[in-house]
Each structure stands twice: as C-alpha cells, then as structure tokens.
Design a protein around this ligand. Sequence first.
Ligand code: HGY
Ligand code: MN
Ligand code: MN
Length: 416
Amino acid sequence: MPAPGENLRINSARLWDTLMDMAKIGPGVAGGNNRQTLTDADAEGRKLFQSWCEAAGMTMGVDEMGTMFAMRAGEDPKALPVYMGSHLDTQPTGGKYDGVLGVLGALECVRTMNDLGVKTKHPIVVVNWTNEEGTRFAPAMLASGVFAGVIEQDFAYGRKDAKGLRFGDELQRIGWKGDEKVGARKMHALFELHIEQGPILEAEGKEIGVVTHGQGLRWIECTLVGKGQHTGSTPMYLRRNAGRALARLTELVHEIAMQYQPNAVGAIGHIDVYPNSRNIIPEKIVFTVDFRSHVLETLEAMAEEFNATAPGLAAEVGVKFSSELSGFFDPPAFDETCVKAVRGAAERLGYSHMNIISGAGHDACWINRVAPTAMIMCPCVDGLSHNEAEEISPEWAAAGTDVLLHAVLETAEVVG
Ligand code: HGY
Ligand code: MN
Ligand code: MN
C-alpha cells in the first residue's frame, strides 16, 4: 500500500482554534481545564464535539459507557474501521491538551481528508473514551477497560465519586448513556495521539515520540484507622494519630520506588482525611498509592513490598492499615506494524523523532489488548501535565497530528 505523500498536511490553524474552543468549556481557575468526567462541563464538551463531527459528515454512535464513536464512511463498508482518538475529560486542575489533542487532532485529520476528498478503503472512526482520567471515578481508563473486557460494566456503573454519586447514575443524568454494547465494535487498528506529559522529547529536541511500550500501573487504595480525639487535651502517649502513619507510608512509597531506579515511580496523590478538622487528631485517612514501571516484575515487587511493610509501620504508631487494589494494568508493548506506520510517517514528513516508553497510562494501553494499537507523542513544555499550566506549541500539535493523519491513511488504505 503506497504511503501518503509527504506534502499531505493538516490545517494547523484550524486545529489550534478547535483546541482553544474546547478549552473554553469547563475552565479551570489558572488557565487550564476542570472538565471532569460526567459533569455538566463534560456534557457540554461532548455536545460541541458531536456538532463538529456531524459538520464533518460523520455519524455518531455512543456505547453503554458513554464512549463516543464518530464514523467517516470507507469505500468498503465491510472493512473493519481504523480508529483514532483519546479522551475529552480532564483532571480537576488539568491542562488544555491532555487527551483533548488526541480527540481533536483526530477530528482535524478527518476534516483534512474531507478538504482533499481523500477516500479510504477502511472506514475511519474518531473516539472520545469516557473517564480516562479516573480522578472522579477510579480507576483510570474505565470505559476503555470495559471495552477491552478487563473491567466489568456493572463494577464501572457502581463506582462512586467523593460525594457518593454513582457512575451509572451520572452517565444517565448527563444524557450520554448510549445503546451500543460496549466492546461489540471490532477494530482494524487504533492510533492515539497524546502529549508526552514528561520532559524527554523536549529535552532531546524531538518533535515526535514513537511509543513502543508503556508503563504498567498499580493503584493501591489504603485505609488508616486511628482515633479521633482532641488535639489539645489528649496526652501524646495516648494518641493513635492516622496522620503519623500516613507520613511513614508516604516515605515508604518513595523509598520503594527509589530502590528500583531508573525503571520505577511511586507517589501518593489522593488523600482524604477524616474528619479533617483543625482540632481533631486524624481518625481515618483513605489514600491511593500510585506505582508505575514498564518492567512487570518491578511493578509487582513494589506493590508486594508496600503491602508487606505498611501494616507494621502503621501498627507501630497504633494505627490499623488495610488496602485493596483499585486500579491496574500491566506494561503494554504496542503493535509493531502500527508502530512502524508511525515511525515511517515521521520520517516521510521530516519530523525529528525517537522511540519512547509512555510514562502515563492511556486508553490505548487497554485497547492494545483487543486490536493492533500504537501511540504518537508530541512534547509538552517542561514536561508539565496534570497541571493547569500544561502547554504545547502549535507546531508540536501540528507535527503530531500530521503523523497521526499519515499513519491512519496508510493503515486505512487510500483508494482512488
Ligand atoms: O494516570 C494516568 O496515567 C492517566 O493520565 N490517566
Ligand atoms: Mn490523557
Ligand atoms: Mn491525564
């Protein structure tokens, strides 16, 4: 199959305008976004995305997890579609590009195909996966996990946010519970464009990351139970301060990750203190440990060591420890043919590129289990992400989207 000519490029100005228009929905407080999954802001963003897809002549399907699939017809309707996309939901202090570049970059590819009258054998589908972030409803990559058959849909529907609202009820409330059976769609291939969310590409001066593998993840949700007592009148020797146990376990997570450098990271990002009153010794603390590595044995060893050591450290300060696995996926190796299409596109287009392992998790990590999948990365300023100051350049956005266009066209087979 001849690859598209290197002169085929997307409309960079239109892509940038579209990104900025989406950024107006669910604004943060510091220039980024707070468009958390299944909120009214998410619903507004979905509606805008749907209007753009329909204006580009695509037909929209929605599955029972709310994932959106906008299809551009192919010349052979029986050929399995080539999918491309990511997620429109953001962190509470998210940036304008995490996930969004992958969805709107895919839309830009379709708009460019329309402009040039490009026809493909395989249909093309642009995807917006529900709840990639897993911050309001854990775990992350929830809808793609159900699609890949690794997470039960009922489990997903029952997940609760900090206010006790259920995922299934919120999906219904915002009117985005579709009727398609999750996972019924079969894919010829899937490509996901995403910002790197780390410092490597910018530091190496590369425009494109050819993602060969990804880190795996273990989220361990832990509960510490001490005793809520008066911070003034309770003698120190009588205290069972859950906060002291948390301090020890925070250090433990760091020490374990440091033992496995350079192939490991670990932190505690989510912490709920109860009753969280200035003059009550913390009675109960629920927190989540986030371990990652692209080496499966390392990932498993870190989780094991933490769970073996944590109860004793907590008990030494009179606090009870319990935990459960609240999120997981093993390190993915992406499809070689799709990775080659990404690398070939970057070469044809003359973009500097390097192989890279994805530090963050993505929907592609789950879909990689059910379809040939690859990812394309572009740099982000100072490697900053999951922060409202997340920034990329229009040139980086265009380079990544050009590569996405070429990899998808090569895989979907241009005809005529
Ligand atoms: O947690 C992750 O890696 C992704 O950003 N949700
Ligand atoms: Mn993302
Ligand atoms: Mn993210």
